[in-house]
Design a protein around this ligand. Structure first.
Ligand code: PLP
Length: 819
């Protein structure tokens, strides 16, 4: 069977849209809201949704990518693209949801809807693992659970599907109603209701009430009474209900949980009998999600024995793509835990967002359980790879090998992971970005391991989604048209270089700024084409700067003169940025310097002042607001002088991170956001609204028991008067863990518990007091994360988050991930 074919004119009718259809018979297979993620341009319909940014401004980009079908709320664009189909609606997001709801209604199948604060994606993926043997399942890709993600997920339902599993997430009041219309679940599952996203709601009750709206029409509702405390059972949704609990009376009453060799053995009372199961995880969240799946299997009528058999085989769900340095100067994107078409498309977009190597390679296994015939499936994949400009494919598995002819790029094929690994010495890799993507059973983690350089035990993990979310956070504060310059100096505040810059470029910031020319050159070599400002241009680097189109910050007449002297006569209008000193007294022109400056610049056609800026000294401090106002006034005065004399209007900018938060009227033409992107803003209360980007981890190298009176480390500084236990961990001051953290000043997290340092911090190691804890070699140690934050560390040693972050030394491996 194939999908009920939706022609564009049929969709126009469904949406009751005014339509302009030069090609009314175009068949629509895919819906899109992001002009960058095109898979099947002819068969795609682009919705110009007004979200953080107005989707209408991406119509041109979508058109360039081959899209010829659009849903808009503003017809201004229709004339420009006379050969494209346009549907006009009042509200584009609503239209997207209506169309998805129509597709939902057109298909009669069981639909599981999942909501809650935590665990939605894991429960969804596990139910997929547990039920795939009995149903042809469609599910949300990754964690597509938003106002946009849900309709895109529901659109995927085809007539041959027999079960759908969708998750729904909300962050504000009044959001669930529309998702309920789109999903119309017949079975509802509520997962853990935590504190997450509470900010959009008055309180927990309000949040819960909103979430339960998803289940209004369900036949069966699966929940824990603890999650719905305060609500009368008769007010709960669902014709039938199935409850589980560890503490309260419930249909599935958990009586006993014990960890055994990395698995959890669980007993419960069900239908007045004792039953049991084994879940192959021990952490608390996994056990809870596992029990939710257990309850679901029983509620669906599976026998306790069958449920146990299936639960035992659950495998870890990893939603992360990791970007790691590889052999032969390659970059490896490790997505070795799953393979289906939609996650492949997401991973390919990520591959394309990383431009450090021109060559892009994919190692891909057979794909299973798509509900499609192999010839259709692999033709679709071949088209996707061609569309995404992949240069090289290595296919692993009998199915993909059988369709080798479909792939037009450089390609080679292997029957199994084993045969690829055996042949690896003869396979040539160099200067490529390699995406490793395989179905679980192919065990591609073996391949990733062989291709990546050995990871040291200390790693700085960088969450690229969190960084993108923080960028969005600051963007949402900007007035229309205000540009963003992202500060990526000092290796992006210690977080990386081209990996971060590539992400920022993908998310369309307007400018980048680095401290030194060599940082800028490295970005150019990694494929960054955004304009880049260099804040400390040195004469020795002028030549390279001009060659790589790096724009100098000019902060005094000397540097201006030497740059002009250097600049070859044929260079005209070379972009420069003028830095004005309005109170920092570091670098920059002051009032008295203007005449000399203007004398050089006036009538000079070799240079073009593209921007004029100043830096605030205390944008976060209320006590210095008067001074900040003075700085802004002085800047306005100086700018006016310059503008008048130059005869044109360079961009103006003054605000850094905290400035954006506190000085909304001084955004001018551009803002310069630095530390906020990395999750810190001293103008915000506890960085509220920002996400943690960097997590520094290490491991326990050795555990020792000490007798009373023995001492630890150099100069016998660590004294254990009563004896106890210590762990040696592989991080020291050469990694950026300051010596002043020694002797109990600093703390780290082991198994979720804060433990103090003992003795002095050594160059490559330090010791922790773990008396009374069960800790073994190889256990993970968190130096900082979202729980034990960089702000806490900074307070411990009397510094600021900037210093903690930028001090993490370059020998600490960076691992980037993207969910
Ligand atoms: C570093 C820097 C910024 C960014 O400051 P944050 O407080 O990190 O946002 C802005 N402007 C200039 C000139 C800088 O040097």
């Amino acid at each position: 069977m194939t999908k009920e074919l939706y022609s564009i004119s049929h969709i126009a009718k469904i949406l009751k849209a005014q339509s302009f259809l030069p090609h009314p018979d175009n068949v629509i297979r895919k819906l899109l809201t992001d002009s960058r993620t095109v898979i099947d341009p002819e068969g795609s319909l682009f919705f110009a949704v007004k979200a953080q940014r107005d989707g209408h401004s991406f119509i041109h980009h979508a058109y360039q990518n081959g899209i010829r079908n659009f849903v808009v709320s503003d017809l201004g664009y229709a004339e420009k693209y006379a050969d494209a189909n346009f549907l006009l609606v009042n509200n584009v997001l609503q239209a997207l949801q209506d169309l998805a709801a129509y597709n939902r209604n057109a298909n009669d199948l069981k639909v599981i809807g999942i909501t809650g604060s935590n665990g939605k994606t894991i429960v969804k993926e596990w139910l997929y693992q547990l039920l795939a043997a009995d149903f042809n399942i469609v599910r949300s890709p990754k964690s597509f659970n938003s106002q946009i993600g849900v309709p895109l997920s529901v659109w995927q339902i085809l007539p041959e599907h027999t079960l759908a599993i969708f998750e729904a997430g909300i962050s504000r009041k009044e959001e669930m109603g529309s998702l309920a219309e789109v999903i119309q679940p017949t079975i509802g599952i509520l997962t853990n209701i935590g504190e997450a996203h509470a900010e959009g709601f008055e309180n927990k009750e309000e949040k819960l009430a909103e979430k339960l709206k998803l289940f209004k029409q369900t036949e069966l509702f699966i929940y824990a009474p603890e999650y719905v405390a305060g609500i009368n059972i008769s007010d709960l949704p669902g014709e039938k209900k199935f409850s589980w609990s560890m503490t309260l009376p419930a249909d599935l009453k958990i009586s006993f949980i014990e960890p055994i060799e990395g698995r959890s053995y669980i007993r419960a009372i069900y239908q007045e009998k004792e039953i049991e199961c084994l879940i192959p995880f021990i952490d608390k969240a996994a056990v809870e999600n596992g029990i939710i799946c257990w309850a679901t299997l029983l509620a669906l009528g599976y026998s306790p024995e069958e449920a146990d058999l299936r639960l035992e085989k659950l495998t870890q769900v990893s939603m992360r793509l990791e970007l790691i340095n590889g052999i032969e100067n390659c970059s490896i994107i490790d997505d070795s835990y799953s393979a289906d078409i939609s996650s492949l498309a997401i991973a390919l977009d990520f591959l394309n967002s990383q431009n450090q190597h021109p060559k892009k390679t994919l190692i891909l296994s057979d794909i299973y359980e798509t509900g499609k015939k192999n010839e259709v499936l692999y033709a679709e994949i071949a088209a996707l790879l061609a569309q995404k400009n992949l240069n090289r494919l290595i296919g692993i598995g009998p199915n993909i090998s059988a369709f080798a002819d479909l792939f037009s790029m450089e390609a080679s094929f292997y029957e199994s992971t084993q045969s690829f690994v055996e042949n690896l010495p003869a396979i040539h890799f160099s200067n490529e970005t390699i995406l490793v993507k395989g179905a679980r059973r192919f065990e591609f983690e073996k391949i990733s391991k062989l291709l990546t350089l050995k990871i040291h035990d200390t790693v700085l993990e960088i969450n690229l989604n969190a960084l993108a979310a923080n960028l969005q956070f600051y963007r949402s504060k900007l007035k229309a048209g205000v540009k963003v310059m992202a500060m990526v100096k000092a290796f992006s505040y210690g977080s990386g270089s081209f990996e971060i810059a590539n992400l920022l470029q993908y998310h369309k910031v307007d400018y980048l700024a680095v401290a030194y020319a060599d940082e800028g050159i490295a970005l150019r070599k990694a494929g960054i084409s955004l304009p880049i400002m260099v804040m400390s241009p040195e004469p020795s680097a002028f030549e390279a700067m001009v060659k790589h189109q790096l724009e100098p910050e000019i902060y005094n007449s000397n540097i201006l003169k030497s740059f002009l002297n250097f600049l070859p006569a044929y260079e005209k209008n070379f972009p420069i940025h003028l830095k004005l000193d309005t109170g920092m007294h570091r670098l920059g022109f002051e009032r008295t310097d203007l005449p000399a400056l203007l004398k050089i610049l006036k009538d000079n056609n070799q240079l073009k002042v593209v921007s004029i800026f100043t830096h605030l000294v205390a944008s976060a401090d209320t006590e210095h607001d008067e001074f900040t106002t003075h700085q802004l006034n002085e800047f306005a005065y100086l700018y006016k002088e310059l503008e008048h004399q130059l005869g044109y209007q360079p961009m103006r900018h003054a605000l850094n991170t905290s400035g954006v938060t506190r000085w909304q009227n001084a955004q001018m033409d551009m803002v310069r956001v630095g530390i906020g992107l990395y999750g810190f803003d001293s103008a915000l209360d506890h960085n509220k609204g920002l996400q943690t980007v960097a997590v520094l981890k290490t491991t326990v190298t050795q555990v020792k028991e000490l007798k009373a009176g023995e001492t630890v480390g150099y100069s016998r500084k660590g004294i254990m008067s009563n004896g106890g236990k210590i762990a040696t961990v592989k991080i020291g001051y050469a990694d950026g863990y300051n010596r002043t953290f020694g002797n109990g000043v600093g703390k780290m997290l082991i198994h979720g518990k804060l433990v103090p340092t003992i003795g002095s911090i050594c160059m490559d190691m330090c010791m922790l007091d773990i008396t009374g804890m069960h800790v073994k070699t190889g256990d993970e140690v968190i130096v900082f994360n979202e729980q034990h934050t960089i702000v806490d560390l900074a307070e411990q040693i009397g510094t600021i988050p900037y210093e903690i972050l930028t001090n993490v030394s370059q020998r600490v491996k960076r691992v980037y991930f993207y969910e």
